[in-house]
Design a protein. Structure first.
Length: 712
């Protein structure tokens, strides 16, 4: 007797013992069970889009970063993935926040089970969080020792330099105890080549034009170690430490520009700025406990973070007017303590989550320069945030699922500059942030609608009043008086089979951007400010993930349009500038999976001209990547069994069209910057794993928004 159940794309055949069917009123023997059908790669669950990775072509996409940009609902680059229309997300891996972006390169796509993209997070998350990506890895069976090794290199085909990296990891599991460690080395070498045209118009026209190049180089070592202890099925605890050591940091900025006054050449400025950057050993530790007592779930995390940077700058300026030599020094030191407790309890038809999160951070910024026109700085910034939240979700079966949440945050901010007491700031804020969502299945169509009120706090760099010397014609500064941004967000998700639609409306108040001001010496000061007008943004993205034979496609097409105009003051009075040009996106990731472990990718990413805040990008961006991969398939050799060795080669940005041209009109000043990025590369990777097992680390961390802002 054969029985067919249409559930998933797997088949199970065999005999079912009679004693396993004693609860069935009519005894029968199943000679064969065939399970057929196709689960969609992407499905909606509440206000989250969950994409299955394991068993799909995305499982062989390469690094975690290379995989994430191919997930429906996401875009960006492998080093900076973004959620469509929401920007950079918080990324969690098995409940633990990804604290170091190098994990985008360290973790491999074949280790991932599924990816959950939440484009309008609820009350449990910090009010600054506009998007969350939750990653679950594949469960490996068995105890014992496992090892993994990754070696790779990116060779720049245009400028002839390399970015090698290597990772060695070990994991040992026995009787509920899981010990893990790894060492990761990465050589950063990034270059940007630009041209800048800066025009200032008062009673005369002052114009600067010329090339502008930047390079960032350093060697980075990350040491990770930790332990988990599974006390029972309902109780586990652990500790994890990440130590980061940056060496040989050297950044260079070169200006080589002509200076005109009323179209007459008055100067040629060559400015070469060299920065030597050192970072003391940075610490980030997380301690967690996960437990369940009856119906009560407990999730507790405590984090400690310490980092800092010391920078010595030399500016050598050669000019027709006067040569100059400028020395400056800057430093930052940051400490963070954060704790988060989440309690969950099943009530009626749903689950109640409630908890608290506390974050205490102190940062010291110092700046010294041997120019009397620019003030030195020795500023202490203290920010304490205490939050409480509650969220209830209820399942109404065929009538859908609804959730409502509320988050309260008390924030105390103090800015105290020992060199300039007039810059003292004390600000205390009490804010409420509601969230709500509703999802329902309408036949085969899944829908979800969510609302939230969010905020965005400026980075500590943006709040630093210190004026940084760029050249005699350009200064840069932050602004300790910045107000927080506030965002009202309404998002709709619709899914049908392998097609997903996401549409959002955002109302942004107190937008934070940069603006150019004319100083008494006719130099320009680029400073962070709040705009006095809100920005309304509409966006819509359609994703498709069909699969035919050996070919599979992950494609996304979308539009994003903001509604913004500014009345700016120029030499001829006030006039209106519109920043409302829409921006179109199209990504197509084609994968061809062949026999004997071969795989080929053709990846295309396109972004049109368009506006973002007060900048207009007047050129399109087009990136084409080609990838070839071979997995060594062997079942006879112990060291090469279970597809443990993978070789990968890729050519990135084949057309060399990864560029961005930004224009901004500040009234008396207009600036055009055309950027070219060093992304035309040849990449090779070797990945080897022996007896792989999965870490059981369940820490989720606390104070994540502030941790991200401490790094900027």
């Amino acid at each position: 007797m054969a029985t067919t159940i249409a559930l998933a794309s797997i088949s199970v055949r065999g005999q079912v013992p009679q004693d396993s069917l004693k609860s069935v009123s009519m005894m029968q023997e199943l000679q064969e069970v065939v399970v057929k059908g196709n689960l969609p790669n992407t499905r909606l669950k509440g206000n989250a889009m969950i994409t299955r990775i394991q068993g799909t072509p995305l499982s062989d996409a390469g690094t975690l970063g290379e995989m994430l940009v191919k997930v429906p609902g996401m875009t960006g680059t492998d080093e900076a993935p973004e959620v469509l229309g929401k920007g950079s997300p918080l990324i969690y891996i098995n409940g633990r926040l990804m604290r170091d972006n190098s994990e985008l390169k360290r973790l491999r796509s074949e280790e991932i089970r599924d990816v959950e993209v939440i484009n309008n997070p609820g009350a449990q998350y910090d009010a600054t969080v506009r998007a969350v990506v939750r990653i679950r890895t594949v469960r490996r069976q068995g105890d014992g020792l496992s090892l993994d090794l990754t070696l790779s290199d990116e060779h720049d085909l245009r400028y002839d330099f390399d970015r090698p990296q290597a990772k060695v990891g070990a994991n040992y599991r026995k009787n509920g105890v899981d010990v893990f460690s790894s060492v990761y080395y990465y050589h950063q070498d990034y270059r940007q080549y630009s041209t800048i045209e800066d025009i200032t118009t008062t009673d005369k026209v002052f114009r600067q034009y010329g090339p502008y190049t930047m390079t960032w180089k350093h060697d980075n070592l990350t040491y990770t170690f930790g332990v988990n202890w599974q006390l029972s099925d309902n109780h586990s605890l652990g500790v994890r430490a990440d130590l980061t050591h940056q060496m040989n940091g050297k950044n260079q900025v070169i200006y080589d520009e002509d200076v005109f006054e009323n179209n007459a050449l008055i100067d040629h400025l060559y400015s070469h700025q060299t920065c030597k950057e050192t970072k003391p050993l940075g610490w980030l530790t997380n301690t967690y406990y996960n437990g369940k007592v009856g119906k009560l779930g407990i999730d507790f995390n405590f984090d400690f973070m310490r980092n800092g940077t010391d920078t010595d700058r030399e500016n050598v300026e050669q000019s027709k007017v006067q040569d100059d030599f400028v020395l400056s020094k800057s430093g930052t030191k940051s400490h963070l303590y954060a704790g988060k407790l989440v309690l969950s309890y099943l009530i009626w038809k749903g689950e109640l989550e409630a908890g608290t999160e506390m974050t205490f951070v102190n940062r010291n910024n110092t700046y010294w320069i041997d120019k009397a026109l620019i003030a030195n700085t020795d500023a202490d910034i203290t920010e304490n945030n205490i939050a409480a939240f509650a969220e209830y979700s209820c399942d109404f079966k065929k009538y859908g699922n609804a959730s409502v949440g509320l988050r309260y945050e008390h924030t105390l901010l103090e800015y105290d500059d020992a060199m300039n007491k007039a810059d003292y700031l004390h600000r205390s804020m009490d804010e409420w942030f509601p969230t709500a969502s509703y999802s329902v299945a309408l036949g085969k169509v899944q829908t979800a609608l969510s609302y939230s009120l969010k905020t965005y706090r400026p980075s500590f760099f943006a709040m630093n009043d210190a004026v940084t010397y760029i050249s005699r014609y350009m200064y840069q500064a932050g602004n300790s008086q910045l107000l927080n941004e506030r965002v009202r967000d309404l998002t709709l998700n619709v899914s049908y089979k392998w097609i997903t639609l996401t549409a959002s409306y955002e109302h942004l108040m107190n937008p934070i951007t940069q603006w150019n001001f004319l100083t008494e010496t006719d130099a320009m000061l680029c400073k962070h400010i709040n705009l006095d007008k809100p920005i309304n943004t509409l966006s819509a993205y359609l994703a498709a993930t069909p699969r035919v034979g050996v070919w599979s496609l992950n494609a996304t097409a979308g539009i994003e349009k903001q509604d913004l105009y500014l009345d700016v003051e120029g030499p001829k009075g006030v006039y209106r500038v519109y920043y409302d040009k829409p921006q179109y996106t199209f990504n197509a990731y084609n994968t061809f999976t062949l026999k004997h472990g071969w795989r080929f990718d053709v990846n295309l990413m396109y972004r049109s001209k368009g506006c973002s805040y007060v900048f207009y990008n007047d050129t399109y961006n087009l990136r084409l990547g080609l990838v070839a991969q071979k997995t060594i398939v062997s079942t006879n050799r112990r060291l090469l069994k279970d597809n443990s060795l993978t070789l990968r080669a890729a050519v990135l940005d084949c057309l060399q069209r990864n560029r961005m041209n930004e224009f901004s009109d500040c009234g008396y000043n207009q600036i055009q910057q055309n950027n070219r990025f060093s992304t035309h590369k040849l990449m090779f990777s070797l990945i080897y794993r022996f007896n792989a097992t999965r870490s059981k680390y369940k820490g989720t961390g606390a104070g994540k928004d502030v941790q991200a802002r401490m790094g900027s």
